[in-house]
Design a binder for this molecule. Structure first.
Ligand code: KG4
Ligand code: ZN
Length: 395
């Protein structure tokens, strides 16, 4: 079956089309098109993601990106038939809360013949509700127009499935013998350890009690005067410190490393970095801007990354042991971090599944895979009026 997947949970507008087969026992996927329109540059100017600004960008980007995706998948056929009055009325109603998307949709989509697509998979949460709604309403509008089912997908489940596509390969399969597995999900909004007994059976055994680890990377980056998103920048500075063999003369705390549970806390670590910076930076002439020399920035980045990675790795290894896991699945934006990859690879007693770097951060390919697996279980779409955005959706 051909699946169109839509991801708009934060600041990436992402659309894919995959051909999926094999059911849940031998799932097999062929990527027909996979696109991401990133808003990172826009949000970098403001130091973070503003939901309503992100929503506007999704509204602008969705239709052009959809057409590009259809063309790449060779599914774009021209139509010259205008929408019927009933279609216009239905679409007007359905897109009532997305005026910008509605305008572009009504002007453009009638020019495309119903493509050979069997199912739409769309992210319904967790994430920013205004941006999730744009994707959901776009999915509902297309599904109504084409009379095809929609399945809602949990973004975090997507991150779990993101580990299967390989770099530069059009086709990929899913290893179905990796369970029970422990999954470490680390992103800008989440830090979770999940016990996966079998496909689609998730048990969150631990999570952050305050900031997510990606959020801590972003906040520490801001303290160092680095642009959003801070994770890649911190990790680059930390690597420079290691390459230059700069030995930090200080360390930061490892919050909750000895607690018996699998929970995390990163807010105190960020505060420790803040106090350290306040105590170690010069502020000539009482100017507001804090000046931190590059060498010290590198040391701080390294000491912070070491602390964060130490806690994550320590709890993950204990979970693997306690739950007798046969594998480890790492997903989410922070899975792109080289240090966490290195340390986990050195210490994990079981095989590790990492996403490629591109698929560590938000994408729609992972939503297509999760959508197909959910479809195998449910075999039917959701009623379109029950498809809702849930910013706090859990696994
Ligand atoms: O999964 P994702 O793209 O979006 C969410 O669902 O949150 O994750 C984004 C997060 C950001 O906080 C970003 O700073 C972090 O992932 N990130 C990294 C790295 N690359 C991205 N953190 C540490 N090291 C990296 N290399
Ligand atoms: Zn994500």
């Amino acid at each position: 079956m051909k699946i169109l997947s839509i991801e708009t949970s934060c600041d990436e507008t992402a659309l894919s089309i995959v051909e999926a087969s094999g059911g849940s026992t031998k799932p097999k996927f062929k990527i027909l098109a996979n696109n991401v329109a990133s808003q990172v540059k826009l949000h970098a100017k403001y130091g973070g993601v503003f939901p309503m600004m992100a929503k506007r960008e999704h509204s602008k980007n969705l239709v052009p990106l959809f057409i590009k995706t259809l063309e790449e998948a060779r599914l774009a056929k021209k139509s010259t038939t205008a929408f019927s009055q009933k279609q216009v009325t239905d679409l007007e109603l359905m897109l009532d809360r997305e005026p910008e998307l509605k305008k572009i949709f009504l002007k453009t989509i009638y020019k495309i013949k119903k493509p050979n697509i069997d199912l739409i998979a769309v992210t319904t949460g967790p994430g920013l509700e205004p941006t999730l709604w744009v994707g959901i309403n776009f999915a509902r509008a297309l599904a109504t127009l084409w009379g095809i089912p929609v399945i809602g997908v949990n973004h975090m489940e997507g991150h779990i499935f993101s580990v299967f596509p390989k770099s530069n390969k059009e086709t990929f399969t899913i290893d179905t013998k990796l369970f029970p597995s422990i999954s470490l999900l680390v992103s800008g909004g989440h830090t979770e350890l999940v016990y996966i007994k079998n496909w689609l059976h998730y048990d969150i055994i631990g999570q952050t009690r305050d900031d997510a680890v990606g959020e801590a990377f972003d906040k520490v980056a801001r303290l160092l005067g680095l642009p959003y998103p801070g994770g890649p920048m911190i990790s680059r500075l930390a690597k420079e410190a290691r390459d230059k063999k700069i030995v930090s003369t200080f360390t930061f705390p490892r919050p909750m490393i000895h607690s018996k549970d699998y929970d995390f806390s990163f807010s105190g670590l960020k505060t420790a970095v803040l106090y350290f910076i306040q105590g170690h930076s010069s502020n000539p002439n009482g100017r507001k801007k804090i000046i931190i020399p590059l060498k010290l920035k590198r040391e701080i980045a390294r000491a912070f990354e070491d602390a964060a990675v130490h806690v994550l790795v320590s709890k993950t290894l204990r979970a693997i042991q306690t739950y007798k896991a046969k594998s480890l699945i790492v997903g989410g934006g922070v899975a792109a971090n080289q240090e966490i990859r290195k340390v986990l690879s050195e210490l994990s007693p079981v095989p590790i599944y990492f996403p490629t770097r591109e698929l560590s951060t938000d994408n729609s390919l992972m939503i297509a895979i999760a959508g197909y697996m959910q479809w195998q279980k449910k075999k039917k779409g959701v009623q379109l009026n029950t498809l809702i955005a849930n910013g706090n959706l859990t696994l």
